[in-house]
Design a protein around this ligand. Structure first.
Ligand code: HH2
Length: 283
């Protein structure tokens, strides 16, 4: 019997870093655009990620890569809702919908999603936080400077870690004020969203500054441009770098990593998590 949204499935696994598998049903995502568009292809990839040990599947219908533009809510629903409804019939694992639109979130939650992953942290649609609260769902609140269309134009911070921390604290307070329980709020520094390479690296290095806010921290670094070896390699060449980033994020206290490569990441994190447990024993 599947659990009710937000009741059981959103709990994080004990003693290890959770892995959230990315399922983009989009034609234009920066790495996997077009590969899983269509119900059959999406479900096949979802089953692979579940078999590889994904704790959560994050279903997205709109690319938020730098320079991308929003699509309509109807188009987004048509992409994600059939996938979520079909997945709900197949698995008790948590399902997240990656959207900034309250209408899409409501449809996805009604069809079995447990979590709303909102890269705008509830600012993109004023109804979003109330929709999450009404459904008893969990929310990921992510930091972004600007919008995907413009965010990489000229990002600048005086103190990126302090500014991201203050933003996430304020958004978590807004989510709680809207009726979302504290234990259903997760935060995310938004790697690559309106940030220079140096900003992304500083956020990973000082992730502990975010974990002290008291919410599980999610990190999504998988295949992103700041991992490029010489600035111009393709996302397909960034697996090893992505595993390094996921491992370092886990070591710095990330509770969840959002990745394209579930099996490889689970294997890398098994080592990272074992080292973390061993170091805690030695304390
Ligand atoms: N990154 C992307 C999309 N959603 N959500 C969270 N919480 N954190 C992230 O870092 C994050 C996210 C971008 O990656 P991807 O989904 O692979 O690409 P695209 O936006 O082109 O579909």
């Amino acid at each position: 019997m599947p659990a009710r949204a937000g009741q059981v499935r959103v709990l994080l696994p004990a003693g290890r870093t959770a892995v959230r598998g990315i399922l983009n049903v989009t034609p234009d995502s920066f790495y996997d655009g077009g590969r899983h568009a269509g119900l059959d292809a999406a479900l096949a990839h979802a089953r692979t990620m579940l078999a590889e040990g994904a704790d959560v599947l994050d279903v997205g219908g709109e690319s938020t890569r730098p320079g991308s533009h929003p699509i309509s809510a109807d188009e987004e629903c048509a992409r994600v809702v059939p996938v979520i409804a079909a997945l709900r019939r197949e698995t008790d694992r948590a399902i997240s919908v990656d959207t900034s639109k309250a209408g899409v979130a409501a449809e996805a939650l009604a069809h079995g999603a447990d979590v709303v992953n909102d890269v705008s942290a509830g600012r993109g649609d004023s109804a979003m936080l109330a929709v999450v609260a009404e459904h008893g769902a969990a929310v990921v609140l992510m930091h972004m400077r600007g919008t995907p269309a413009t965010m990489q134009a000229a990002p600048h911070y005086d103190d990126v870690v302090a500014e991201v921390r203050a933003f996430l604290q304020a958004r978590a307070e807004a989510a709680h004020a809207a009726g979302i329980p504290l234990d259903r709020i997760w935060i995310d520094p938004g790697i690559g969203f309106g940030k220079r390479r140096v900003d992304n690296l500083a956020l990973l290095a000082e992730l502990r500054a975010l974990t002290t806010l008291g919410f599980p921290v999610l990190v999504g670094a998988s295949r992103k441009r700041f991992l490029a070896a010489d600035g111009d390699d393709a996302p397909a060449a960034r697996l090893a770098a992505s595993l390094a980033a996921a491992t370092l994020a886990a070591a710095q206290g990330a509770a969840i990593v959002r990745v394209h490569d579930v099996g490889a990441t689970r294997r890398a994190l098994a080592v990272a998590d074992a080292v973390t447990r061993a170091s805690h024993r030695a304390d």
